[in-house]
Design a protein around this ligand. Structure first.
Ligand code: TRP
Length: 334
């Protein structure tokens, strides 16, 4: 009975690159902390990745690695529905329907489409353009209350809300109106070499991957951009010292210390002491995650059981919504 009262939370990450510290501190760690509070659906958004050309073997490997890493980060598959998007055909099916309730003009305004089509000029495909309607389908199938996403995905959730309004306006209350959920705590982690943009796999020198070797992590932190403040002072000032603020943010997230405590800890010590300390704290946070992910990845039977039972649970909910939609638009029941 209690289960039913819980609000529903859903999110996904594309397995187009290896998971990194930004994914962990900005998203996954928050999901883990909210496990008991919500009824949770988290998936590997593999359908989305092929809007950009992928190497098939790498995509397959990264999808399973991502699942192993989700679990290693603390997402318990017994208490969270973890699944692979392509295992639940309802995503593609509802995606098609929603395409017909989304305007060309709306899709043209999506900033991610504009960015990605500028970046991949030789492959501006239809999927890249209609990606947000697939994302809307991902969301609406599960009737979630909240969708935790980063700033960059807020526009897609806004579009989803417009689609809900349009669809429900025609057919009645079919979809629940989802809210974007931008957690207060939990850091928006910026790149170590370019603290003005978020940590991203596309700048590997500024990006710390969950499975990375400790010595590589430490090297990246030692080379992190700080500033030319001659006093070398560890002080939280995101506007004037964005690199230092980012490192403090990371250190706070992994140690639980406040900015004031961090300032006191490194009083008079400068960046030379601070940067490797952040590196060390991150290494110790990631070590058990890496080891657990490696262990889980070797257990193919376990992983298979997790994604099969996840897809089964997800399909049950998703198909209920899809049937309702098919009926509303006028398709003959099979
Ligand atoms: N578009 C998201 C991203 O690139 C991933 C994603 C796909 C997603 N479907 C989703 C996130 C549904 C939240 C809900 O980061």
């Amino acid at each position: 009975m209690e289960e039913q009262a819980k609000k529903v939370m859903l999110s996904g990450i594309q397995p187009s690159g290896d998971l990194h510290l930004g994914n962990y501190l900005g998203a996954i760690k928050n999901w883990v902390d909210r496990t008991d509070e919500f009824d949770n659906y988290y998936f590997m958004a593999d359908l989305h990745t092929i809007t950009v050309r992928q190497n098939p073997a790498d995509l397959r490997r990264r999808t399973l690695e991502q699942l192993a890493q989700y679990i290693a980060c603390g997402l318990d598959p017994e208490r969270n529905t973890l699944f692979i998007q392509s295992h639940v055909p309802a995503h593609a099916q509802l995606g098609w329907v929603l395409n017909c309730y989304t305007m060309f003009g709306e899709l043209s305004r999506m900033t991610q489409f504009k960015d990605k089509s500028a970046k991949h000029k030789d492959n501006i495909n239809g999927g890249l353009f209609t990606y947000p309607t697939l994302m809307a389908a991902d969301i609406l199938l599960y009737q979630p209350d909240f969708v935790p996403v980063g700033e960059d995905q807020k526009q897609h959730v806004e579009l989803t809300r417009n689609i809900v309004q349009r669809f429900n306006g025609i057919y009645g209350e079919v979809f629940k109106m989802p809210e974007p959920y931008i957690p207060k705590a939990g850091a928006r982690v910026m790149g170590l070499t370019a603290p003005e943009s978020k940590m991203s796999k596309s700048i590997p020198e500024g990006c710390v991957f969950l499975m990375e070797k400790p010595e590589d992590i430490q090297r990246k932190f030692k080379r992190a951009i700080t500033d030319s403040d001659t006093q070398n002072c560890v002080r939280y000032d995101p506007e004037h010292k964005p690199g230092v603020a980012n490192l403090m943010n990371i250190y706070a997230a992994v140690t639980g210390k406040s900015y004031a405590q961090i300032e006191a800890e490194f009083e008079g010590q400068g960046y030379g002491a601070f940067k490797p300390a952040v590196g060390e704290a991150v290494i110790e946070t990631l070590r058990p995650i890496r080891e657990e992910a490696q262990r889980i990845l070797k257990d193919k039977a376990y992983l298979e059981q997790v994604y099969r039972s996840g897809a089964e649970k997800a399909s049950y909910v998703a198909n209920k919504t899809l049937r309702k939609v098919y009926k509303k638009v006028g398709f003959v029941a099979p």
